[in-house]
Design a protein around this ligand. Structure first.
Ligand SMILES: *Cc1c(COP(=O)(O)O)cnc(C)c1O
Length: 353
């Protein structure tokens, strides 16, 4: 396979950066001056290109639109206290991207393309990483089939791209969550462990229904009994019960979150036991009634940690005073301090651009 990090670079003539209101940056709304693009054809990757951010042209028969071979990743870059750009655990996202690609029968993206494309792109748009606390640069690598033919079969042509979006604090308010018992996010043998676009398409309607009932998100349960919890919206979920943290085990129904893994590490390092095991709604309710369900929160790149202030299962409503919590805010503070270079990165999570 011929893939090098010797990219073709075309700089934008002017920068849009001065039009950005750094005090008000909603998630995913603004994009930097440049983007990365590499195309796969005849079994190999062509030369990667960094060029001005612009629309792309696709044929109406574009395979990804019709049959869904489309995957993505979500990563963040930060500035440390010296103003240097660092990316949070990008190797993990790179590996996960290719796990998604394999399941979707898409080609593997070489490390030189994914990692170097990302680093070089960030370097060019480095000024777009906001300096304020809790701000970052969201990195969105994605790949989709571009074959111009209608027919259910794996594509022969693919486009891999990376775009960057500066972002302010996200999802910070504690959430009200509805335990989902009708719809399913992931079943054994399915694609729940991949970041393929269809998973999110399928989650829109259940989430919209939960919102119409007044909730922020759903807590997904297993496909067979709707009894064991899986994930909360597009976040992994952690329950602090008694003196233990419990989170559902990885497998084909759980997305292997990089934040989940980081949070597990930090919780263990503060001396608390972490159990990765099936967790049933009965056990959750039982712990709540005994006063042992201390904290529950979602974990993900976009928000890092989102506390849950209300959990509704059928007609049973569990409420929590998140103001009194200790672990979730402490873990969030530590994570953010590592990301912003305020404390030592003893895990080697931060990768210099
Ligand atoms: C992306 C994602 C997560 C969180 O993964 P991170 O690597 O922590 O961002 C969790 N669940 C789903 C379904 C996701 O798509």
């Amino acid at each position: 396979m011929i893939a090098t990090a010797d990219f073709k670079i075309t700089k934008a003539k002017t920068s849009k950066l001065s039009t950005l209101d750094v005090n008000n940056i909603p998630f995913g709304k603004y994009f930097t001056d440049h983007m990365f693009e590499a195309n796969y054809e005849n079994g190999e990757w062509g030369t990667g290109e960094i060029k001005p951010y612009q629309p792309i042209t696709i044929d109406p028969s574009c395979a990804a639109i019709h049959y869904g071979q489309s995957i993505f990743e979500g990563i963040k870059a930060y500035k440390n206290q010296e103003g240097e750009a660092y990316i949070f655990r990008p190797e993990d996202n790179f590996k996960r991207f290719n796990i998604s690609a394999e399941r979707m029968e898409m080609p593997q993206v070489p490390e030189e393309v994914f990692m170097e494309g990302m680093k070089q792109l960030i370097k060019i748009d480095e000024n777009w990483i906001p300096n304020q606390p809790d701000h970052s640069l969201y990195i969105r690598p994605f790949m989709f089939a571009t074959d111009e033919v209608i027919g259910v079969k794996p594509g022969q042509k693919y486009k891999f791209m990376i775009i960057l979006s500066p972002t302010g604090p996200y999802y910070s308010a504690p959430m009200r969550i509805y335990v989902e018992e009708k719809y399913v996010r992931a079943a054994p043998g399915g694609v729940g462990y991949t970041k393929n676009a269809g998973n999110y398409g399928a989650s829109m309607h259940p989430t919209a229904e939960a919102k119409r009932k007044g909730y922020d998100q759903v807590l997904w349960t297993d496909a067979f009994e709707h009894k064991y919890v899986q994930e909360c919206g597009t976040m992994n979920v952690v329950f602090i019960i008694g003196d233990k943290a419990i989170t559902p085990p990885l497998g084909d129904t759980i997305l292997a979150g990089v934040t989940r893994d980081s949070v597990i590490q930090l919780i263990k390092d503060r001396g608390m036991e972490v159990e990765e095991r099936p967790l049933g709604i009965d056990e959750i309710i039982d712990a709540y009634k005994k006063g042992e369900l201390n904290e529950l929160f979602g974990t993900g790149t976009a928000a890092t940690i989102s506390m849950i202030k209300e959990l509704r299962y059928q007609d049973f409503v569990m409420t929590f005073d998140t103001e009194k919590w200790k672990i979730a805010p402490e873990i969030a503070r530590t994570m953010n301090a590592i990301k912003e270079g305020k404390i030592e990165d003893k895990y080697g999570w931060m990768v210099k651009v």
